[in-house]
Design a protein around this ligand. Structure first.
Ligand code: Z57
Length: 823
């Protein structure tokens, strides 16, 4: 039996196992693997045993896929990413392998609740936000499409920090101890360990230059299986762990220097110790460059060893037919000089041949428009840590400049385009290195790709237009619809007559006709109501919140960043509150809302942290004020992560995508919401543009300035204070913050925020405030008509099939990777 992609459904791992058989295997694993009687086992033990059993179900398909990949002739994809924000593995593995129903039966037989078992899993938070979650969606879709692929990254011992709020509402960061009690999915593959070296110098031997490093660590791969949905393919996510070659120095220990004896171990393990919590602004830290080189060097060597097994002098001119590497942002771009080094210094190729291979295997995805988010490494740091790479980068730059001169490019433009800046303290522009050293550069939404060509990489796109392309982001409907929202999934399958939409999401279009079918609309309303009730229970249990299910659930979940403008949302809430307090608005005239925020701030980002504190204190004041009780409440569940997203998105009715136009590269939360029947209030930014054009202007609450308006206002000279003076609602809100209403009378608490609003407001929150308030009234009007609202929501779902990561991966296959399913 095959599906449209010609994939073999019957090859689906696990699909032939009965519930009873699965129960036996789990019991056996509990008894023999954990030495516990099933009837005595804890949820954590059953979880661990279940994971082991499910893993075993996938082994055969995994091995088959691996050998087909090595022996076959289909170009594989190596996705190089410093982040993978995976979320829990067990429910996903069960769904993709067809073991969901047998597992339910098995749990019933053994006397456990599946949800209790799932709850025992700690989610691997090996990413910060959108970029890391995108990588996780893409490896799911690569497997689901049957494409031979590797995800390569770092197995951080501590992932994204756990967020807590203190008494004052400030963010506190705690270590994410996800490995505390072990973890059943990763397989430490010692046999594939690689040496990764650092430092030292370069020595000339005749006409050959070789690197003599002065220290090295062992990179040990921890392999995770990535089962495709109903495809029978299981790919590998290979996350590297850093270890010391000499873990323990006995001589030092014997001199009673117990700490000194483990210094090399500590130093080596530091490399994969912790995920950098910066999202979209780089931190120029030596350790971060060490992390980047560490995983990229190990991955490239691993890929070569995989495709040329046992060959001492492989013909690496064939490498581009074996694999291509996708650079997820600039973090892995050091791979370009590393492959040049491997080809020249280790395998004896000349520059031209090495360059021809290198530029054909690498492609680069840019995820940002913020100039400060493009990594630039001090040349001095690269020279110190990776002296041979520094030489190679200079030579790439020299040849590139010569090429530009040959094309009659002006000196001024050449200086703008140099990979290595001309300065006393030169820097290496990693985005430029990626653009020059690879075949394609893509942005992550239509608008973003256009702005890359027009602004960020303008000079490059003018000279090398064929390099530039777009792939609009996508999300996996398996995790974010099927698993997160089983009720809606069942309704969709009922409406469409099958569940084939899960691997062909454009089929959702068939729901459009049902938007005018009253009984379908009723069922849709009932699904949302039940999801809201679930969220209320979850939030009560987990956070102690008392949420009124009969309010509009209005959610803004994403990293805390000025450009995303959580400020705009909280100012609007404050303005509404102020209007009630001053008697201008009767709270009974409002559509009752629960405004829900989820956001982590980078630990060193002061303005973002002040915003978090403000939101928490607005929540404290508003939620305790009987005057607005029943009309307005604000909730800020801490530690926003995949689990929270999976609970909140299906329950949300209105989602906020309100970044300043031209700043959000794409956004992917917007897609998850649309697919789950939420309506968006948003600016024309990132992928919002494409969502709106697909779902239709009537079904999207658009407001605010567009990119051209922003540019114009900026060049005219933007004065935020004028907006403060002009709109009394805005003035009242800011005055309330400044006067200490949310800091027990203390006027200095939010000084930085208030000062910034009134004097800088770089992302023009104040300029968009009035339009934002006005659209909120329209939203209230629309919400009063519950059936009309549901109809719009259904149309959103029906027209969002494009935003599947399966479609995105197919676009990459066609436009960039030039490959497809394993043949
Ligand atoms: C990150 O999460 C994103 C961009 C970055 O440069 C870094 Br670093 C981290 C996000 C963008 O901000 C989103 O707009 C986009 O949807 C996401 O990457 C995935 O492309």
């Amino acid at each position: 039996m095959t599906n449209q992609q010609g994939l073999d459904y019957t090859a689906r791992p696990g699909s032939t196992v009965s519930g009873h058989e699965l129960a036996n295997q789990i019991s056996q694993e509990l008894r023999l693997g954990q030495e516990v009687e099933p009837s005595q086992a804890t949820s954590a033990q059953v979880y661990k045993a279940s994971a082991a059993v499910v893993r075993r179900q996938m082994v055969e398909a995994w091995q088959r896929g691996q050998s087909q990949m090595v022996q076959g002739h289909t170009r594989a994809v190596g996705y190089l990413s410093a982040e993978y924000l995976l979320g829990k593995q067990l429910p996903n593995a069960l769904l993709n392998t067809g073991l969901e129903a047998p597992f339910q039966q098995a749990m019933q037989e053994l006397g456990f609740e599946p949800d209790d078992i799932f709850a025992a899993e700690r989610e691997p938070g090996l990413g910060n936000g959108g970029l890391g979650r995108l990588a996780a969606c893409y490896i799911d879709s690569l497997s689901s499409e049957g494409v031979p692929a590797f995800g390569y990254g770092i197995r951080y011992q501590y992932g994204i920090f756990e967020q807590a709020f203190d008494q004052e509402g400030r963010q506190r960061e705690l270590a994410d101890t996800w490995l505390e009690e072990g973890e059943p999915w990763g397989f430490e593959n010692f046999g594939r360990a690689r040496r990764v070296s650092f430092g030292g110098s370069v020595v000339a031997e005749g006409d050959r230059r070789t690197w003599q490093p002065d220290w090295a660590v062992k990179a040990v791969p921890v392999d995770y299986m990535v089962p495709g949905y109903a495809s029978g393919r299981v790919n590998t996510l290979r996350l590297w762990e850093a270890k010391a070659y000499q873990e323990f120095d006995l001589a030092t220990f014997n001199q009673s220097d117990y700490i000194g004896a483990v210094v090399p171990k500590v130093k080596a393990e530091t490399i994969s110790k912790v995920l950098y919590p910066e999202d979209s602004t780089p931190q120029g830290k030596e350790l971060r460059l060490e992390q980047q080189y560490f995983f990229v060097a190990a991955s490239l060597a691993d890929a070569i060893a995989t495709f040329y097994p046992g060959e001492r002098e492989p013909d690496l001119t064939t490498l581009p037919s074996k694999i291509c590497f996708q650079l997820n942002d600039t973090h892995p771009v050091i791979g370009i000089p590393e492959l040049m080094r491997l080809l020249m210094d280790e395998h004896g190729y000349g520059w031209d041949e090495a360059w021809s291979i290198t530029t054909r295997v690498f492609n680069y995805t840019c995820h940002t428009l913020l100039p400060e988010a493009l990594e630039e490494w001090p040349a001095q740091l690269i020279a110190h840590l990776l002296p041979r790479h520094w030489e190679i980068i200079q030579e790439i730059d020299r040849r590139f400049v010569a090429d530009l001169q040959a094309r009659q490019v002006s000196d001024e433009q050449i200086d703008r385009m140099r990979i290595v800046t001309k300065a006393d303290q030169p820097k290496v522009r990693m985005a430029y290195l990626a653009t020059v050293g690879g075949s394609y550069v893509n942005g992550v939404a239509e608008l973003h790709s256009q702005l890359l060509k027009d602004v960020t990489l303008k000079d490059f796109s003018a000279l090398f237009p064929e390099k530039f392309t777009n792939v609009t982001n996508g999300v996996t409907p398996r995790r974010f619809v099927r698993l997160a929202n089983p009720r809606l999934s069942a309704l969709i399958s009922e409406g469409l007559g099958s569940d084939a939409w899960l691997s062909d999401l454009e089929q959702l279009k068939g729901l459009e006709a049902l938007a005018d079918d009253p009984s379908f609309v009723d069922k849709f309303i009932e699904v949302k109501r039940a999801n809201k009730a679930d969220f209320v229970a979850f939030a009560q249990r987990k956070y102690g919140f008392e949420i009124d299910p009969d309010t509009m659930f209005d959610s803004m979940i994403k990293r805390l960043h000025e450009y995303k403008r959580q400020s705009l949302k909280i100012l609007a809430v404050i303005a509404q509150y102020a209007a009630v307090k001053s008697g201008q608005v009767d709270p009974r005239s409002l559509v009752p809302r629960t405004v829900i925020f989820g956001a982590k701030a980078a630990p060193g980002y002061a303005m973002a942290k002040e915003t978090i504190q403000l939101i928490n204190n607005v929540a404290r004041v508003v939620n305790n004020d009987p005057q607005v009780a029943g009309a307005l409440s604000v909730r800020f569940p801490w530690n926003y992560n995949i689990e929270l997203a999976e609970h909140l998105i299906p329950a949300t009715e209105l989602d906020e995508q309100i970044s300043q136009a031209g700043k959000e590269a794409s956004g992917t939360g917007n897609m998850k919401f649309a697919l789950n029947g939420s309506l968006t209030v948003g600016t024309l930014d990132g992928a919002n543009v494409e969502i709106r054009s697909r779902v239709g202007a009537d079904n999207f609450f658009l407001f605010g300035m567009q990119v051209e308006d922003v540019d114009r206002l900026y060049s005219e000279g933007y004065d935020p204070r004028a907006y403060y003076e002009a709109d009394p609602r805005l003035k009242a809100a800011i005055d309330m913050v400044a006067s200490g209403s949310f800091s027990e009378g203390e006027r200095s608490t939010y000084r930085n925020l208030v000062e910034d609003w009134l004097s800088k407001d770089y992302f023009m929150t104040l300029a968009d405030f009035s339009a934002y308030m006005d659209i909120q009234s329209e939203i209230d009007e629309a919400y009063r008509d519950q059936r009309g609202w549901a109809r719009k929501a259904i149309i959103n779902v029906a027209n969002s099939g494009f935003f599947s990561s399966d479609r995105a991966v197919k676009d990459y296959l066609e436009r960039i990777w030039h490959t497809g399913p394993q043949e």
